[in-house]
Design a protein around this ligand. Structure first.
Ligand code: NDP
Ligand code: MG
Length: 379
């Protein structure tokens, strides 16, 4: 039996993780968390019987604890609650599937408590990768990628030697606005941006895919997960999303991982690594694929990708500024307070004014995050 804690169980990755739990009787959920969706969380508690749950919204946490009085479950709240869920004694592995850098402290706490991490929450590595990877190495904890590109690379690297890798090649779908100029993107709506061509995901990452900031975050995520220089992490647009990413080795050989766009595969691979299990669902049918195309990413019109890459190259606290500015700007766009192109403009303004801090501590990271939010409020 493997005991898992799921942080963000009500989200897109969280609910797909629970589908895998339903299909595998040797998985047991011991902790779950939500931001505010206590309706769904209550259903999940009644189905999966966790020991501990946490809700970020403190009022909602109170409401939930009333509603589940008949059950033997501890209901916690806020950041402390997330950390309690991330460190529950019985958990062997923590699926980190909250959205945003709110995951940083729970991630570090889980690693310090010797939990392996199935990591979907890329914002955490983008902002605190140097702390997380170092602590994981010290505690002998595995960080298992869930992001599809990083899972693909992880699968391609099975049995390979780090010094024999030349380049990591991240694939990108290009999102709903592929081949559009900035001018054409000026008046796109929230609804347009939420129409991802291939993947069904949470709202924030779907907007990140439309700006291509997502691919920039993934470059930084790959740098930390696979200990690679940003210059050796390439991006290629592959609009059909069949190739999930590739690795080029010193002899010119390239390994690729392919599959239908289904996040359950990378989630399940992380949960059972190094084993593979049967997974129901569609398979690639090569008799129906007419072509797989490649394009060079357009960093001029998709400035977010360029900015994120620059932040990754600079390192220090700049990735935190880029990420925090993006989180806030995306929330404002989803609230219809700003236009689509304002997202990358805000990121650039925030990055331009920042005095970079080398090797930032956790406190530095959280204070840079707050400072970035305050600056955007002042604009
Ligand atoms: P969703 O928005 O669907 O789910 C996010 C989860 O986090 C929900 O459980 C949500 O609770 C919870 N949450 C939101 N805000 C807070 C908060 N302030 N404190 C605590 N919990 C919070 O996101 P996704 O599942 O799409 O994405 C999760 C992470 O995985 C992201 O980092 C994303 O980049 C990454 N990822 C996602 C992929 C996907 O296919 N969806 C693919 C690759 C990576 P509630 O429901 O109550 O709001
Ligand atoms: Mg991805």
């Amino acid at each position: 039996m493997k005991n898992i804690a799921i942080l963000g169980s009500t989200g897109s990755i969280g609910t797909q993780t629970l589908e895998i739990v339903r299909a595998n009787k040797d998985l047991n959920v011991v902790a779950m968390t939500a931001g505010s969706n206590i309706e769904l969380l209550e259903k999940q508690i009644r189905e999966f019987n966790p020991e501990v749950v946490a809700v970020w919204d403190e009022e909602k946490a109170e409401l939930l604890s009333q509603r589940v009085k008949d059950l033997d479950v501890e209901v916690c709240k806020g950041m402390e609650g997330l950390i309690t869920a991330a460190t529950v004694d019985s958990a062997d592995i923590v699926v980190l599937a909250v959205v945003g850098m709110v995951g940083v402290r729970p991630a570090i706490a889980a690693i310090n408590a010797h939990k392996d991490i199935a990591l979907a929450n890329k914002e955490t590595l983008v902002t605190a990768g140097h702390i997380i990877m170092k602590t994981a190495a010290e505690k002998n904890v595995k960080i298992l990628p869930v992001d599809s590109e990083h899972s693909a690379i992880f699968q391609c690297l099975n049995g390979e030697k780090h010094e024999q890798i030349s380049n990591l090649i991240l694939t990108a779908s290009g999102g709903p606005f592929r081949n559009m100029t900035r001018d054409m993107m000026r008046n796109v709506t929230v609804e347009d941006a939420l129409k991802h061509p291939n993947w069904s995901m949470g709202r924030k990452i779907t907007i990140d895919s439309a700006t291509m900031v997502n691919k920039g975050l993934e470059i930084i995520e790959a740098k930390w997960l696979f200990d690679m220089d940003i210059d050796n992490i390439r991006v290629v647009v592959q609009p059909q999303s069949l190739i999930h990413s590739m690795v080029e080795f010193v002899d010119g050989g390239i390994m690729a991982q392919l599959g239908t766009p289904d996040m359950r595969l990378p989630i399940q691979y992380a949960l059972f690594y190094p084993d593979r299990r049967n997974l129901s669902g569609e398979r690639i049918d090569f008799s129906k694929i007419t072509s797989i195309n490649f394009e060079i990413p357009d960093m001029d019109n998709f400035r977010g990708l360029y900015l994120a890459r620059e932040a990754g190259k600079a390192g220090g606290s700049l990735p935190t500024v880029m990420n925090a500015a993006n989180e806030k700007a995306v929330a404002m766009f989803l609230n219809r307070e700003i236009g689509f192109l304002d997202i990358t403009d805000i990121i650039e303004k925030c990055m331009d004014r920042h005095q970079n801090i080398d090797n930032p501590s956790l406190e530095d990271i959280l204070s840079v995050e707050q400072d970035t939010y305050d600056y955007i409020d002042s604009l």
